[in-house]
Design a protein around this ligand. Sequence first.
Ligand SMILES: Nc1ncnc2c1ncn2[C@@H]1O[C@H](COP(=O)(O)OP(=O)(O)OP(=O)(O)O)[C@@H](O)[C@H]1O
Ligand SMILES: [Mg+2]
Length: 303
Amino acid sequence: MKIGILSFRPLSRRASEEEIAIKKAVRGLGHTCRIFRAGRFQMVYDQQSPWLLYDGKPFPKYDVVITRPSILSDVSLRISLIEQMELMGVRLFNSYESILKTKNKIKTMQILDHFGIPIPKTVVIHRPEDLKQAVKSVGGFPVIVKTPTGSFGAGVTIIESMRALQSVLLWNKPMYLLQQYVKHSKGKDIRVFVVNGKVVGSMMRKAKKGEFRSNIELGGKGSAVEITEEEVNISLRSVQALDLNYGGVDIMRGKSGPVVLEVNANPGFKELQQATGLDIAKSVAEYAVEYADKYKHQLNGGS
Ligand SMILES: Nc1ncnc2c1ncn2[C@@H]1O[C@H](COP(=O)(O)OP(=O)(O)OP(=O)(O)O)[C@@H](O)[C@H]1O
Ligand SMILES: [Mg+2]
């Protein structure tokens, strides 16, 4: 099989450790694997030339391309490259639509709530007049405020009073997401890594002293954790609801059970591997090869 990895890392930086680990794992399974850098593509619209050039040459045929959308802004703009590939019939792993849904926290809450998956009470508001009622309906202060897109804890704030809230919300954004503060979990959350409808690893993350966000990038510490059947269930349902082939689900243990904070379409796994000793790169690689094989089989008229 020929497996591609589409990296959105700036060209000034190396491919990520995760991208390199997946490449090695696919090659370790005896297949071809190459990392393609988003910045080196040209999308051509002239009714005749190949639609996609890489380093000036037609983009070669690959059986599956694993997408690594490490993008924090202009998401829908920047992943038009992924949509271009899809329109050309390239098999993507995670797909354009699933990334769009997952990168937008409002869309994610909408979809998870629609499928009855437990989330912290969340209210999206468009104007200051609704603040008082929204704070009340998410359970009062402190409240969590999130920008619709963001990662590594950037864009996630905790607000202790109405005065602080009014001073933070500048109303220069079309809407704001207010969320119930899951106090019960005391700065701990769980990152559940799902591949092909199965949990392949999970890690407890504990925020550093004085911090409420447990992101590793903010000094959070990861450790192996046994998760409950219910936590497995809501993780699998979340990834499925967002049509992801693989994803990282952030869960918190609330007073009345686990809740899903968000899902990541480009989950890191370096810390998860260190905390658990599991080979997550291999799990992703194995599924990409199986996915490519299944698709190739279908193309050749197999069932
Ligand atoms: N409702 C909440 N109650 C308490 N803590 C929260 C809540 N929402 C988020 N947090 C904390 O903030 C962290 C970051 O929040 P979240 O996962 O939504 O954002 P993120 O920046 O997109 O993270 P990632 O890097 O995983 O994409 C969580 O890991 C958790 O520790
Ligand atoms: Mg998160």
